[in-house]
Design a protein around this ligand. Sequence first.
Ligand code: FE2
Length: 385
Amino acid sequence: MREDLTKINNTTYSLDKIFPDAQDFLPLLGTDYVEYYVGNAKQAAHFYKTALGFQSLAYAGLETGVTDRTSYVVVQDKIRIVFTTPMPGEDNEIFDHIKKHGDGVKVIALWVDDAKKAWEETTSRGAESYLEPKTEKDNDGEVATSGIKIYGDTVHIFVERKNYKGTFMPGFEKWESHYNPESVGLKYIDHMVANVGWNEMNIWEKFYNETMGFANLITFDDKDISTQYTALMSKVMTNGNGRVKFPINEPAKGKKKSQIEEYLDFYDGPGVQHVAVATDDIVSTVSAMKARGVEFLYVPGVYYDTVGDRVGEIAEDMAILKKHGILVDRDDEGYLLQIFTKPLTDRPTLFFEIIQRKGAQSFGKGNFKALFESIEAEQERRGTL
Ligand code: FE2
Protein backbone atom coordinates (compact mmCIF):
# COMPACT_ATOMS: atom_id res chain seq x y z
CA MET A 1 0.00 0.00 0.00
CA ARG A 2 1.31 3.43 -0.90
CA GLU A 3 0.68 6.18 1.58
CA ASP A 4 1.45 9.04 -0.82
CA LEU A 5 -0.91 11.95 -0.98
CA THR A 6 -1.26 14.26 -3.92
CA LYS A 7 -2.92 17.62 -4.39
CA ILE A 8 -5.19 18.15 -7.35
CA ASN A 9 -7.13 21.35 -7.65
CA ASN A 10 -6.43 22.11 -3.97
CA THR A 11 -8.00 18.87 -2.79
CA THR A 12 -5.78 16.24 -1.24
CA TYR A 13 -6.31 12.64 -2.34
CA SER A 14 -4.72 9.38 -1.39
CA LEU A 15 -3.18 7.77 -4.47
CA ASP A 16 -4.46 4.33 -3.57
CA LYS A 17 -7.94 5.64 -3.21
CA ILE A 18 -8.15 7.07 -6.68
CA PHE A 19 -5.78 5.24 -8.98
CA PRO A 20 -4.87 1.94 -7.34
CA ASP A 21 -4.05 0.17 -10.63
CA ALA A 22 -1.36 2.60 -11.79
CA GLN A 23 2.29 1.60 -11.47
CA ASP A 24 5.04 3.95 -10.40
CA PHE A 25 8.02 3.04 -12.60
CA LEU A 26 7.45 6.34 -14.44
CA PRO A 27 6.78 9.06 -11.82
CA LEU A 28 5.38 12.18 -13.52
CA LEU A 29 5.38 15.59 -11.87
CA GLY A 30 2.91 16.98 -14.40
CA THR A 31 2.69 18.32 -17.96
CA ASP A 32 5.80 20.36 -18.76
CA TYR A 33 4.73 21.98 -22.04
CA VAL A 34 2.75 21.32 -25.21
CA GLU A 35 4.42 22.02 -28.55
CA TYR A 36 2.50 22.70 -31.75
CA TYR A 37 4.01 22.59 -35.23
CA VAL A 38 2.41 25.48 -37.08
CA GLY A 39 2.70 27.40 -40.37
CA ASN A 40 3.42 30.70 -38.64
CA ALA A 41 4.60 30.56 -35.03
CA LYS A 42 4.74 34.32 -34.55
CA GLN A 43 1.08 34.76 -35.49
CA ALA A 44 -0.10 31.67 -33.59
CA ALA A 45 1.59 32.94 -30.43
CA HIS A 46 -0.03 36.33 -30.93
CA PHE A 47 -3.49 34.70 -31.19
CA TYR A 48 -2.94 32.70 -27.99
CA LYS A 49 -1.92 35.92 -26.21
CA THR A 50 -4.70 38.07 -27.60
CA ALA A 51 -7.61 35.63 -27.59
CA LEU A 52 -6.68 33.08 -24.91
CA GLY A 53 -4.86 35.25 -22.37
CA PHE A 54 -1.32 33.84 -22.57
CA GLN A 55 1.84 35.87 -21.90
CA SER A 56 5.12 35.94 -23.79
CA LEU A 57 7.74 33.68 -22.19
CA ALA A 58 10.61 32.60 -24.45
CA TYR A 59 11.91 32.66 -28.02
CA ALA A 60 14.33 30.61 -30.08
CA GLY A 61 15.41 31.46 -33.63
CA LEU A 62 18.16 32.97 -35.74
CA GLU A 63 18.99 35.51 -33.02
CA THR A 64 19.59 32.73 -30.48
CA GLY A 65 21.65 30.56 -32.82
CA VAL A 66 18.80 28.22 -33.88
CA THR A 67 18.71 28.04 -37.68
CA ASP A 68 16.29 25.25 -38.65
CA ARG A 69 13.20 26.51 -36.79
CA THR A 70 11.65 29.43 -34.97
CA SER A 71 9.80 28.88 -31.68
CA TYR A 72 7.73 31.17 -29.51
CA VAL A 73 6.74 30.05 -26.00
CA VAL A 74 3.70 31.46 -24.19
CA VAL A 75 2.58 30.87 -20.62
CA GLN A 76 -0.54 31.22 -18.47
CA ASP A 77 -0.19 30.09 -14.85
CA LYS A 78 1.07 26.45 -15.12
CA ILE A 79 0.34 26.06 -18.86
CA ARG A 80 3.21 26.47 -21.32
CA ILE A 81 2.66 26.22 -25.08
CA VAL A 82 5.46 26.26 -27.67
CA PHE A 83 4.71 27.21 -31.30
CA THR A 84 7.33 26.03 -33.76
CA THR A 85 7.62 26.71 -37.48
CA PRO A 86 10.32 25.35 -39.83
CA MET A 87 12.97 27.50 -41.45
CA PRO A 88 14.22 26.65 -44.96
CA GLY A 89 16.23 23.44 -45.17
CA GLU A 90 16.03 20.22 -47.11
CA ASP A 91 15.51 17.80 -44.27
CA ASN A 92 13.09 19.45 -41.95
CA GLU A 93 10.50 17.05 -40.52
CA ILE A 94 8.42 20.02 -39.39
CA PHE A 95 7.51 20.83 -43.02
CA ASP A 96 6.23 17.28 -43.53
CA HIS A 97 4.24 17.43 -40.30
CA ILE A 98 2.50 20.65 -41.29
CA LYS A 99 1.85 19.48 -44.84
CA LYS A 100 0.19 16.29 -43.58
CA HIS A 101 -1.62 17.53 -40.47
CA GLY A 102 -1.96 21.30 -40.73
CA ASP A 103 -1.28 23.12 -37.46
CA GLY A 104 -1.40 20.63 -34.59
CA VAL A 105 0.15 19.22 -31.45
CA LYS A 106 3.50 17.48 -32.00
CA VAL A 107 4.77 17.15 -28.42
CA ILE A 108 3.09 16.47 -25.08
CA ALA A 109 6.06 17.08 -22.79
CA LEU A 110 5.99 15.46 -19.36
CA TRP A 111 7.89 16.81 -16.37
CA VAL A 112 10.04 14.16 -14.71
CA ASP A 113 12.80 13.91 -12.14
CA ASP A 114 15.00 11.69 -14.32
CA ALA A 115 14.68 11.92 -18.11
CA LYS A 116 17.16 9.12 -18.82
CA LYS A 117 15.37 6.71 -16.51
CA ALA A 118 11.97 7.68 -18.02
CA TRP A 119 13.36 6.79 -21.48
CA GLU A 120 14.86 3.52 -20.26
CA GLU A 121 11.72 2.43 -18.40
CA THR A 122 9.44 3.13 -21.38
CA THR A 123 11.63 1.92 -24.25
CA SER A 124 12.47 -1.29 -22.37
CA ARG A 125 8.71 -1.90 -22.16
CA GLY A 126 8.24 -1.49 -25.91
CA ALA A 127 7.94 2.25 -26.57
CA GLU A 128 9.72 3.40 -29.74
CA SER A 129 12.42 6.01 -29.14
CA TYR A 130 11.94 9.50 -30.60
CA LEU A 131 14.81 11.23 -28.81
CA GLU A 132 17.70 9.51 -27.06
CA PRO A 133 18.54 11.01 -23.66
CA LYS A 134 20.57 14.21 -23.98
CA THR A 135 21.57 17.12 -21.77
CA GLU A 136 21.75 20.74 -22.90
CA LYS A 137 23.46 23.48 -20.92
CA ASP A 138 23.63 27.23 -20.74
CA ASN A 139 24.53 29.80 -18.07
CA ASP A 140 21.35 28.94 -16.11
CA GLY A 141 22.15 25.26 -15.71
CA GLU A 142 21.11 22.18 -17.63
CA VAL A 143 17.98 20.45 -18.89
CA ALA A 144 17.92 16.73 -19.68
CA THR A 145 15.39 15.44 -22.21
CA SER A 146 14.43 12.19 -23.93
CA GLY A 147 11.43 11.17 -25.98
CA ILE A 148 9.19 8.38 -27.22
CA LYS A 149 6.71 8.08 -30.08
CA ILE A 150 2.99 7.77 -29.39
CA TYR A 151 -0.09 7.74 -31.67
CA GLY A 152 0.25 9.14 -35.22
CA ASP A 153 3.21 11.50 -35.47
CA THR A 154 2.74 12.70 -31.89
CA VAL A 155 5.46 12.22 -29.25
CA HIS A 156 6.13 12.51 -25.53
CA ILE A 157 9.28 14.33 -24.46
CA PHE A 158 10.41 13.77 -20.87
CA VAL A 159 11.86 16.96 -19.38
CA GLU A 160 14.13 17.00 -16.33
CA ARG A 161 14.73 20.57 -15.20
CA LYS A 162 15.76 20.25 -11.55
CA ASN A 163 19.20 21.69 -12.36
CA TYR A 164 17.88 24.62 -14.39
CA LYS A 165 16.84 28.11 -13.35
CA GLY A 166 16.48 29.78 -16.77
CA THR A 167 13.30 31.02 -18.45
CA PHE A 168 12.48 27.86 -20.42
CA MET A 169 15.30 25.74 -21.88
CA PRO A 170 18.82 26.14 -23.22
CA GLY A 171 18.61 27.59 -26.75
CA PHE A 172 15.76 29.92 -25.75
CA GLU A 173 16.00 33.48 -24.55
CA LYS A 174 13.41 35.42 -22.58
CA TRP A 175 10.78 36.91 -24.90
CA GLU A 176 10.19 40.47 -23.73
CA SER A 177 7.11 42.02 -25.29
CA HIS A 178 5.51 45.43 -24.85
CA TYR A 179 2.13 43.72 -25.43
CA ASN A 180 1.00 41.75 -22.39
CA PRO A 181 -2.76 41.20 -22.40
CA GLU A 182 -4.34 40.06 -19.14
CA SER A 183 -4.81 36.39 -18.27
CA VAL A 184 -8.31 34.95 -18.79
CA GLY A 185 -7.82 32.73 -15.71
CA LEU A 186 -6.59 29.47 -17.27
CA LYS A 187 -4.64 27.55 -14.59
CA TYR A 188 -3.35 24.16 -15.65
CA ILE A 189 -3.94 21.35 -18.13
CA ASP A 190 -6.66 19.07 -16.78
CA HIS A 191 -6.47 16.46 -19.54
CA MET A 192 -5.46 16.06 -23.19
CA VAL A 193 -7.48 13.89 -25.53
CA ALA A 194 -6.25 11.65 -28.35
CA ASN A 195 -8.28 10.63 -31.38
CA VAL A 196 -7.05 7.30 -32.75
CA GLY A 197 -8.25 5.12 -35.64
CA TRP A 198 -10.82 2.35 -35.86
CA ASN A 199 -10.06 -0.48 -33.39
CA GLU A 200 -7.01 1.36 -32.05
CA MET A 201 -8.34 2.55 -28.66
CA ASN A 202 -7.42 -0.71 -26.95
CA ILE A 203 -3.95 -0.70 -28.53
CA TRP A 204 -3.26 2.72 -26.99
CA GLU A 205 -4.85 1.75 -23.68
CA LYS A 206 -2.40 -1.17 -23.59
CA PHE A 207 0.48 1.16 -24.53
CA TYR A 208 -0.24 3.62 -21.72
CA ASN A 209 -0.80 0.79 -19.28
CA GLU A 210 2.19 -1.39 -20.11
CA THR A 211 4.87 1.07 -21.22
CA MET A 212 3.94 4.05 -19.02
CA GLY A 213 2.23 2.44 -16.01
CA PHE A 214 -1.06 4.32 -16.47
CA ALA A 215 -4.37 2.92 -15.21
CA ASN A 216 -7.73 2.94 -16.96
CA LEU A 217 -9.80 5.39 -14.92
CA ILE A 218 -13.05 5.02 -16.83
CA THR A 219 -14.41 3.60 -20.08
CA PHE A 220 -17.25 5.00 -22.20
CA ASP A 221 -18.72 2.72 -24.83
CA ASP A 222 -20.69 3.72 -27.89
CA LYS A 223 -23.95 3.51 -25.93
CA ASP A 224 -22.65 6.16 -23.50
CA ILE A 225 -21.45 8.41 -26.29
CA SER A 226 -23.93 8.43 -29.12
CA THR A 227 -26.65 10.56 -30.59
CA GLN A 228 -29.30 9.65 -33.13
CA TYR A 229 -26.61 9.83 -35.82
CA THR A 230 -23.04 9.40 -34.59
CA ALA A 231 -21.01 7.57 -31.97
CA LEU A 232 -17.59 7.18 -30.43
CA MET A 233 -15.88 5.20 -27.68
CA SER A 234 -13.40 6.47 -25.11
CA LYS A 235 -11.05 5.20 -22.41
CA VAL A 236 -9.54 7.61 -19.90
CA MET A 237 -5.98 6.73 -18.85
CA THR A 238 -4.34 8.31 -15.81
CA ASN A 239 -0.93 8.19 -14.20
CA GLY A 240 -0.62 7.28 -10.51
CA ASN A 241 -0.92 10.74 -8.98
CA GLY A 242 -3.70 11.82 -11.36
CA ARG A 243 -1.82 14.84 -12.65
CA VAL A 244 -1.66 13.47 -16.19
CA LYS A 245 -4.86 12.17 -17.80
CA PHE A 246 -5.26 11.10 -21.41
CA PRO A 247 -8.69 10.10 -22.67
CA ILE A 248 -8.35 8.08 -25.91
CA ASN A 249 -11.22 8.20 -28.41
CA GLU A 250 -11.97 6.03 -31.40
CA PRO A 251 -14.88 6.34 -33.83
CA ALA A 252 -17.86 4.00 -33.59
CA LYS A 253 -20.43 3.08 -36.23
CA GLY A 254 -23.51 5.29 -36.41
CA LYS A 255 -25.97 6.34 -39.10
CA LYS A 256 -23.67 9.20 -40.06
CA LYS A 257 -19.98 10.06 -39.83
CA SER A 258 -18.49 10.16 -36.33
CA GLN A 259 -16.79 13.41 -35.30
CA ILE A 260 -13.69 11.27 -34.64
CA GLU A 261 -13.72 10.08 -38.25
CA GLU A 262 -14.00 13.68 -39.44
CA TYR A 263 -10.95 14.51 -37.31
CA LEU A 264 -8.97 11.55 -38.68
CA ASP A 265 -9.79 12.64 -42.25
CA PHE A 266 -8.74 16.24 -41.72
CA TYR A 267 -5.73 15.61 -39.49
CA ASP A 268 -4.78 12.74 -41.82
CA GLY A 269 -4.35 10.30 -38.95
CA PRO A 270 -4.43 10.10 -35.17
CA GLY A 271 -3.54 13.13 -33.05
CA VAL A 272 -4.54 15.41 -30.20
CA GLN A 273 -8.21 16.38 -30.40
CA HIS A 274 -8.51 18.74 -27.48
CA VAL A 275 -6.62 20.33 -24.63
CA ALA A 276 -8.77 20.75 -21.51
CA VAL A 277 -7.67 23.63 -19.31
CA ALA A 278 -8.88 24.35 -15.80
CA THR A 279 -10.17 27.63 -14.42
CA ASP A 280 -11.42 28.66 -10.96
CA ASP A 281 -14.14 30.86 -12.46
CA ILE A 282 -15.53 29.58 -15.74
CA VAL A 283 -18.03 32.42 -16.17
CA SER A 284 -15.39 35.12 -16.05
CA THR A 285 -12.93 33.05 -18.16
CA VAL A 286 -15.51 32.41 -20.88
CA SER A 287 -16.77 36.02 -20.83
CA ALA A 288 -13.19 37.26 -21.29
CA MET A 289 -12.45 34.78 -24.09
CA LYS A 290 -15.67 35.67 -25.93
CA ALA A 291 -14.88 39.38 -25.64
CA ARG A 292 -11.51 38.61 -27.25
CA GLY A 293 -13.11 36.78 -30.19
CA VAL A 294 -13.00 33.08 -29.22
CA GLU A 295 -15.95 31.11 -30.64
CA PHE A 296 -17.62 28.42 -28.54
CA LEU A 297 -19.92 25.57 -29.53
CA TYR A 298 -23.57 26.51 -29.43
CA VAL A 299 -25.74 24.52 -27.04
CA PRO A 300 -29.49 24.56 -27.74
CA GLY A 301 -31.45 26.43 -25.05
CA VAL A 302 -33.58 23.32 -24.33
CA TYR A 303 -30.51 21.81 -22.59
CA TYR A 304 -31.20 24.19 -19.70
CA ASP A 305 -34.85 23.09 -19.35
CA THR A 306 -33.78 19.81 -17.71
CA VAL A 307 -30.20 20.35 -16.50
CA GLY A 308 -31.36 21.63 -13.11
CA ASP A 309 -33.25 18.37 -12.42
CA ARG A 310 -30.19 16.37 -13.39
CA VAL A 311 -27.50 18.22 -11.39
CA GLY A 312 -29.50 19.64 -8.47
CA GLU A 313 -28.31 22.62 -6.45
CA ILE A 314 -25.29 24.53 -7.80
CA ALA A 315 -23.68 27.82 -6.74
CA GLU A 316 -23.84 29.41 -10.20
CA ASP A 317 -26.78 31.26 -11.71
CA MET A 318 -28.27 28.95 -14.37
CA ALA A 319 -29.40 31.96 -16.45
CA ILE A 320 -25.77 33.09 -16.77
CA LEU A 321 -24.60 29.58 -17.66
CA LYS A 322 -27.32 29.46 -20.32
CA LYS A 323 -26.29 32.83 -21.71
CA HIS A 324 -22.76 31.52 -22.27
CA GLY A 325 -23.68 27.93 -23.19
CA ILE A 326 -21.72 26.50 -20.22
CA LEU A 327 -22.58 22.83 -19.49
CA VAL A 328 -22.97 21.26 -16.03
CA ASP A 329 -22.63 17.67 -14.86
CA ARG A 330 -22.59 15.95 -11.48
CA ASP A 331 -21.00 12.75 -10.16
CA ASP A 332 -20.90 11.33 -6.62
CA GLU A 333 -17.98 13.60 -5.63
CA GLY A 334 -19.40 16.92 -6.78
CA TYR A 335 -20.09 18.75 -10.02
CA LEU A 336 -18.22 20.29 -12.92
CA LEU A 337 -18.79 23.08 -15.42
CA GLN A 338 -17.42 22.83 -18.96
CA ILE A 339 -17.55 24.40 -22.42
CA PHE A 340 -15.84 23.68 -25.73
CA THR A 341 -14.43 26.09 -28.28
CA LYS A 342 -14.91 25.67 -32.00
CA PRO A 343 -11.73 24.39 -33.72
CA LEU A 344 -8.79 26.75 -33.16
CA THR A 345 -7.18 25.70 -36.45
CA ASP A 346 -8.24 26.03 -40.11
CA ARG A 347 -8.92 22.31 -40.35
CA PRO A 348 -11.73 21.05 -38.06
CA THR A 349 -9.26 19.32 -35.73
CA LEU A 350 -7.87 20.87 -32.53
CA PHE A 351 -10.03 22.65 -29.94
CA PHE A 352 -9.91 23.71 -26.29
CA GLU A 353 -12.17 22.69 -23.44
CA ILE A 354 -12.54 25.03 -20.47
CA ILE A 355 -13.38 23.13 -17.27
CA GLN A 356 -14.09 24.12 -13.69
CA ARG A 357 -14.20 21.24 -11.23
CA LYS A 358 -16.23 21.63 -8.07
CA GLY A 359 -15.43 18.26 -6.55
CA ALA A 360 -16.28 16.13 -9.59
CA GLN A 361 -13.33 14.18 -10.99
CA SER A 362 -15.24 12.82 -14.00
CA PHE A 363 -15.55 14.05 -17.58
CA GLY A 364 -19.10 15.30 -18.10
CA LYS A 365 -20.79 12.10 -19.26
CA GLY A 366 -24.20 13.71 -18.71
CA ASN A 367 -23.28 16.36 -21.30
CA PHE A 368 -22.07 14.05 -24.05
CA LYS A 369 -25.36 13.95 -25.90
CA ALA A 370 -25.95 17.73 -25.93
CA LEU A 371 -22.32 18.32 -26.78
CA PHE A 372 -22.21 15.86 -29.65
CA GLU A 373 -25.43 17.18 -31.10
CA SER A 374 -23.88 20.61 -31.23
CA ILE A 375 -20.73 19.17 -32.85
CA GLU A 376 -22.97 17.44 -35.41
CA ALA A 377 -24.63 20.77 -36.20
CA GLU A 378 -21.14 22.11 -37.03
CA GLN A 379 -20.29 19.00 -39.07
CA GLU A 380 -23.52 19.50 -41.02
CA ARG A 381 -22.45 23.05 -41.87
CA ARG A 382 -19.06 21.74 -43.06
CA GLY A 383 -20.72 19.01 -45.15
CA THR A 384 -18.83 16.30 -43.24
CA LEU A 385 -21.64 14.61 -41.29
FE1 FE2 B 1 -12.39 16.74 -22.36
